[in-house]
Design a protein around this ligand. Sequence first.
Ligand SMILES: Nc1ncnc2c1ncn2[C@@H]1O[C@H](COP(=O)(O)OP(=O)(O)O)[C@@H](O)[C@H]1O
Ligand SMILES: C=C(OP(=O)(O)O)C(=O)O
Ligand SMILES: [K+]
Ligand SMILES: [Mg+2]
Length: 568
Amino acid sequence: MAAAAHSLLHPPAAHRSSTPSSLSAPAPSLRLGLGARRARQPLLRLRSASPAASDLTAFPNPNASDAPPIDVDAATAAELRENGFRSTRRTKLVCTVGPATSAPEQLEALAVGGMNVARINMCHGDRDWHRGVIRAVRRLNDEKGFAVAVMMDTEGSEIHMGDLGGASSAKAEDGEVWTFSVRSFELPLPERTINVNYDGFAEDVRVGDELLVDGGMARFEVIEKLGPDVKCRCTDPGLLLPRANLTFWRDGSIVRERNAMLPTISSKDWLDIDFGIAEGVDFIAVSFVKSAEVINHLKSYIAAKSCGSDIAVIAKIESIDSLKNLEEIIRASDGAMVARGDMGAQIPLEQVPSIQQKIVQLCRQLNKPVIVASQLLESMIEYPTPTRAEVADVSEAVRQRADALMLSGESAMGRYPDKALNVLRSVSLRIEKWWREEKRHEALELQNVSSSFSDKISEEICNSAAKMANGLGADAVFVFTKTGHMASLLSRCRPDCPVFAFTTSTSVRRRLNLQWGLIPFRLSFSDDMESNLNRTFSLLKARGMIQTGDLVIALSDMLQSIQVMNVP
Ligand SMILES: Nc1ncnc2c1ncn2[C@@H]1O[C@H](COP(=O)(O)OP(=O)(O)O)[C@@H](O)[C@H]1O
Ligand SMILES: C=C(OP(=O)(O)O)C(=O)O
Ligand SMILES: [K+]
Ligand SMILES: [Mg+2]
């Protein structure tokens, strides 16, 4: 992993003869004549007095790898060629991969359809299956130039049912008596019997408690306790799915006895995390986060274990505790997920929309990417078109300008994964366009997020560049960034035009793929902005992705500069 990332810093084969000192001279392929010279004369240049951070300086290695000069996928290139900058999709799309989408050709169809991040849910599937999916996504990226990131979502230790002995679902009818038990059974399971993963379950529930499956997909009343077995009568019939979440309620409140003491990251989760680190996943989403402490703990664990490779930690906001400690959790994390499925099982449903909006805004203030998840297109698990209400829900998340939308069952086990993805794509495009044209988005007053002076400069540069881009009607902002930080600060401003983020590392490129409005490219570059720009223009022009005359605002985190220019 570390070795692979390192080799990506090497310049492309075509520039093998370059040495650091010769970088400002145009490389042979950059003899563009008049156009190239024009690019070296920006209309405006602002440069801060602060010296460039030394760790941001690129030193091309003369033993270059055979990496192509720029990594871009065919789907993005085609989109830019056909529709131009203005109509690229800004909202990112996360697809949960499951039995309906795990074959290589199904994954490719999702990538072509706009999947930016593939999510694997560790509640389901086994190690070999997960490994197969992660490697298939990597292969797709290597062979087809995609930058699909992989997100591993932990199981967490909340109470849930077992896997129904292999059945894909079970139906509970009104009045039926079912046994919920912590015993382990031989297969096949006795009729109307459900395993529960939490040993304290039978002790904690009381006769008269209400038991909700997945927040109300089915309801039971506890009628009798017999040692490890709890007999429950179905009061609201419904479908039971493998590993469905269980909550129990007493006098109208959710009961959180000893289960509130369960660790957020279970021992099984730690093994999964080790596996994720070894396989080089890009994101780890932590289920049922209760405090910032667990996020800090995981981040130090990853730093110690992964020798330099950077895995981002996403806090899933889905429990009452996570709402109590919201701001400190988000500050500690690299991003958040509004996990509306379990959240809706823990708080009254009518509170979910306002909490969603609050989390989305808070994440933007704190410069953390945010994903809106669960039931966006739930009916498309079975039907080829969404309900009007689902389209309205997706539109609202896009209007709030969340970074990303997520499919769960729709892509994991639904009948129409590609159609569901296409609905997210077309609704995002339409709403984004509408809001841009009508200038309908409320101007969010962005507070300062930077602590160091150097970061403050970057932040001010990004805020100004976004404002200039809107004011000048720029076609694109280009940002050359090593760590991705400046790209994320630009994304936070939600400018009217797309942001082309050029980074030397494939892992940074994949991580940026979760963030609103960023089109990430892998490119080796130097700290000479003029030569970077010339080279980038020529590479993108050769692919038909930009044209002479396009108005570009270019930033770099090496020089902390802003340039405004027309593409030569
Ligand atoms: N790896 C997998 N193997 C089998 N089924 C899966 C897998 N991932 C997801 N699913 C199915 O897709 C459904 C929706 O996925 P998701 O929302 O991630 O899980 P959950 O419903 O457990 O929260 C799951 O209930 C499960 O039926
Ligand atoms: C995304 C969620 O988590 P999971 O699918 O893992 O339950 C959720 O609860 O909304
Ligand atoms: K999960
Ligand atoms: Mg959940």
